[in-house]
Design a protein around this ligand. Structure first.
Ligand SMILES: C[S@@+](CC[C@H](N)C(=O)[O-])C[C@H]1O[C@@H](n2cnc3c(N)ncnc32)[C@H](O)[C@@H]1O
Length: 199
């Protein structure tokens, strides 16, 4: 699979990846990670866990991937066809403030995305999804209606999901991703969080 460090692309095969992951008690994957700030912060705060940031846009990943953290990796890939090297490895998936085709696939219950999430998950995997009102408005939906649709699609795909909850501006301000900060201080700070697991 194609990984990136700063501007340098680096190919990593399945056994090289497994060597990197050995000894970590939780393998966390952030889908649509953007500039990777979330991954960098989490990797710095939780040295016993390994963090993988995935984004389809390599330019986005440059900002934080140049730092050499032993427990972080950045992968260029589309959420709808994640590299098979990741299969069965991930114990925690986050999708923070998706837009574009990632949001569209959540809204339609796209089988390519749902299968990818299932393939990469280990025997039990946790899931956190954070959605924002502006992105859903661009997709033509109100925040609550979009969150409900995604909640139902995740249930249909075998995920056990708790009732979605509203996030307030304070929670957004303290959330360690670039997009959360933009939302917290922007015109439309409405967001919804949902979490659950796959078994
Ligand atoms: C609004 S940004 C959020 C970035 C980050 N999660 C944050 O909280 O700061 C959405 C990100 O999703 C990525 N994205 C959109 N569709 C994608 C797809 N199909 N596969 C992978 N990444 C995707 C975009 O490139 C963008 O970086």
């Amino acid at each position: 699979m194609e990984t990136i460090q700063g501007k340098t692309p680096i190919e990593l095969n399945a056994s090289e990846l497994q060597m990197r992951l050995t000894g970590y008690n939780c393998i966390h994957l952030d889908l649509g990670t953007g500039d990777g700030r979330f991954i960098r912060c989490m990797a710095e705060q939780h040295p016993c866990s390994f963090f993988i940031g995935v984004d389809a846009c390599r330019e986005n990943l440059r900002a934080n991937s140049h730092r050499k953290l032993p427990n972080a990796l950045f992968v260029i890939a589309s959420a709808q066809s994640l590299p098979m090297e990741l299969n069965g490895s991930i114990s925690h998936i986050t999708i923070n403030f998706p837009w574009g085709s990632l949001l569209e696939s959540l809204l339609t219950g796209d089988a390519r995305l749902m299968n990818s999430l299932e393939y990469i998950s280990s025997s039990i995997a946790a899931l956190d999804v954070h959605l924002n009102g502006g992105a859903l408005a661009e997709a033509g939906m109100a925040l609550e209606a979009g969150a409900d649709q995604i909640y139902n699609n995740m249930l249909r795909s075998g995920w056990q999901i708790n009732t979605p909850l509203l996030m307030n501006a304070n929670t957004l301000r303290n959330f360690p991703s670039t997009w959360a900060k933009r939302l917290a201080f922007g015109r439309d700070p409405r967001a919804i969080a949902m979490n659950g697991y796959f078994k």
